[in-house]
Design a protein around this ligand. Structure first.
Ligand code: DQA
Length: 150
């Protein structure tokens, strides 16, 4: 089994970008932590970062039949992209759980970050727990087969 992790725009700068908001952990370190945790359950993780809306949508479209679930940090597209939301809805409708994650607590930030277009189509949302937002989403997807599975 495989899980897909999608990182949206500007997350390639993680670790250097506004560290007081997003922390000092690099994207590569987050991906490595996810891979390590998943491996202990015999699950492989594919990761993909893009600054392009369409590239993220293309990867989402590939999820059905290929991935047990998707962890999505849409970055700023969370607040703007109807197209990404529609792609999430399509994939969730085909039976693939998509969990939206944010490193920062978007509800504690500027009002324009309080509106999440993508989240409403997702299976669930985790925001504000830094790297743990990703790791907890992974836990839920790894439990998908067991009791309390998604
Ligand atoms: C973010 C929150 C978004 O509002 C912001 O545009 C990002 C990162 C987060 O992980 O906290 O790029 O998705």
């Amino acid at each position: 089994p495989r899980i897909l992790v999608l990182h949206g725009p500007n997350l390639n700068l993680l670790g250097r970008r506004e560290p007081e908001v997003y922390g000092t952990t690099s994207l590569a370190a987050i991906d490595a932590a996810l891979r390590r945790r998943a491996a202990t359950s015999g699950v492989e993780v594919d990761t993909f970062q893009s600054n392009h809306e369409g590239a993220l949508i293309d990867r989402l479209h590939e999820a059905p039949g290929r991935y047990r679930g998707v962890i999505l940090n849409p970055g700023g597209y969370a607040h703007t992209s109807v197209a990404l939301r529609d792609a999430v809805a399509a994939v969730v409708g085909l039976g693939v759980p998509v969990i939206e994650v944010h490193l920062s607590n978007v509800h504690a930030r500027e009002p324009f970050r309080h509106r999440l277009l993508t989240a409403g189509a997702c299976r669930g949302v985790i925001s504000g727990l830094g790297v743990w937002s990703y790791l907890l989403a992974l836990e839920a997807l790894l439990a998908a087969d067991g009791p309390g599975g998604l």
